[in-house]
Design a protein around this ligand. Structure first.
Ligand SMILES: *Cc1c(COP(=O)(O)O)cnc(C)c1O
Length: 412
């Protein structure tokens, strides 16, 4: 029995069957590459679903973890540690928001954000101010609060009853937004760029309307930047490219370079509605994760990784657009920086499996979207390798090459 077969067999017997994994197990990684148990090398365009922004085994992260693990890993939130405040300060400087709560995951960051918005709503206008407005097609996580805000039937079905008072609006439909938001709204919740939902951006006009309505009705504007935030768009926060500042923003995936850490950041007005005892966590904000979070932000800055995301992301987008112009099975290239999607006319998963056999890792979402969430270290030569494999797998060329504008129109 191969090592992979042993691993698969054991999981089949002892794990809840919640994942539809690809047939590969990895032993280690270095930079933008992963290695399986036979020593085969894979180029990584997935980065652990956007978590491994610094790639694998970054020497500074390894060093910080080693040092801190030898000093203290966990203390609980009964006591102070030297890193939680420092990481909060840095996140506030970078975002312009005022206060931070640390969780262990994205979905928990969402739960905290909803709780804060409900508290503030009740304080402003009584218990009736509890309605949440979210978007169709969104993804916010798997716990009851965030699942209730997730506008996709497949994630909600079977788990009802969910959180009450959630209204869904179509992304970028300003009229529908106006119809949904009222004096009982305590929060408007959205991803500025849908990640799992297929790399779909909110328009600036729509985000601006959200901002105006939230201000008018004293509701919290909550941005879920768990996937698009912390550098993936080429800015530390995605909202910084859209010119609309939220009241609360949630982050998680890359912040502690693979250790579990999430957070929500809040403006003072909302933050001050919560008192000791009303929210908390055992693990969140521990010294190890927060020290690594500080190191993550320092590395992104000192290695000028956002410039790399901008430049190589632009190159990737251009290469994907060329595929759309040439290959019959492609429809549209979407996204920016290192959060991009290639919309196909065919199911994406078989393509991901074939690419795996070619030594390149892609991700499939929404059945027909190939998603690219590479490490920030990715270079042009890696893009070339990925595109070469895609060209091989996409097969038939279009009858006559037509330009990207035509392809984009055809997909509408
Ligand atoms: C991944 C993700 C979440 C959930 O984060 P978990 O750490 O898996 O709980 C929420 N929102 C968005 C946009 C995500 O991409």
């Amino acid at each position: 029995m191969s090592r992979l077969d042993q691993i698969v067999d054991l999981e089949k017997r002892f794990l809840l069957s919640t994942y539809n994994r690809y047939p590969v197990a990895f032993e280690r990684g270095k930079g933008v590459f992963l290695y399986d148990f036979e020593g085969r090398k894979y180029l990584d365009f997935v980065a652990g679903l956007g978590v491994n922004a610094l790639g694998h085994a970054h020497p500074r992260i390894v060093k910080a973890i080693r040092e801190q693990a030898a000093r203290v890993i966990h203390l609980s939130n009964l006591y102070y540690n030297e890193y939680q405040g420092q990481l909060a300060e840095r996140l506030c400087q970078l975002s312009g928001l005022d206060r931070v709560f640390f969780s262990n995951s994205g979905t928990e960051a969402m739960e905290g954000a909803i709780k804060l918005a409900r508290l503030a709503g009740h304080k402003t206008a009584g218990d009736a101010k509890s309605q949440l407005v979210a978007l169709h097609g969104s993804y916010h996580g798997r716990t009851f609060g965030s699942m209730s805000l997730t506008g996709q039937e497949k994630y909600r079905k079977g788990f009802e009853p969910l959180l009450e008072n959630v209204t869904f609006v179509e992304q970028n439909n300003v009229a529908a937004l106006h119809a949904a938001v009222n004096a009982n709204t305590c929060a408007i919740v959205l991803e500025p760029i849908f990640g799992e939902g297929g790399i779909l951006e909110c328009s600036e006009e729509f985000l601006l309307a959200c901002r105006t309505l939230a201000d008018h009705y004293q509701a919290a504007l909550i941005f879920d930047e768990i996937q698009c935030g912390l550098g993936r768009t080429g800015k530390i926060f995605a909202f910084q490219s859209f010119g609309v500042v939220p009241d609360i923003v949630t982050i998680a995936k890359p912040i502690a370079a693979g250790l579990p850490l999430g957070a929500f950041l809040s403006k003072e007005h909302f933050a001050t509605t919560i008192s000791p005892g009303q929210h908390g966590t055992t693990f969140g904000g521990g010294p190890l994760a927060c020290r690594v979070g500080l190191e993550y932000l320092a590395i992104v800055e000192q290695e000028r990784l956002l410039e790399n995301v901008d430049r190589v992301g632009g190159y990737l987008h251009q290469q994907l657009q060329e595929l759309v112009a040439k290959y019959a099975a492609t429809r549209e290239a979407r996204g920016r920086g290192f959060i991009q999607g290639l919309v196909l006319d065919i199911p994406a998963r078989p393509l991901v499996e074939q690419a795996l056999a070619e030594g390149v890792l892609f991700n499939a979402t929404q059945d027909t979207v190939l998603r690219f969430l590479p490490p920030f270290l990715l270079q042009e030569k890696h893009v070339d390798k990925g595109i070469k494999v895609l060209k091989k797998l996409l097969g038939k060329k279009r009858k006559k090459t037509h330009n990207v504008a035509e392809a984009a129109t055809a997909s509408l």
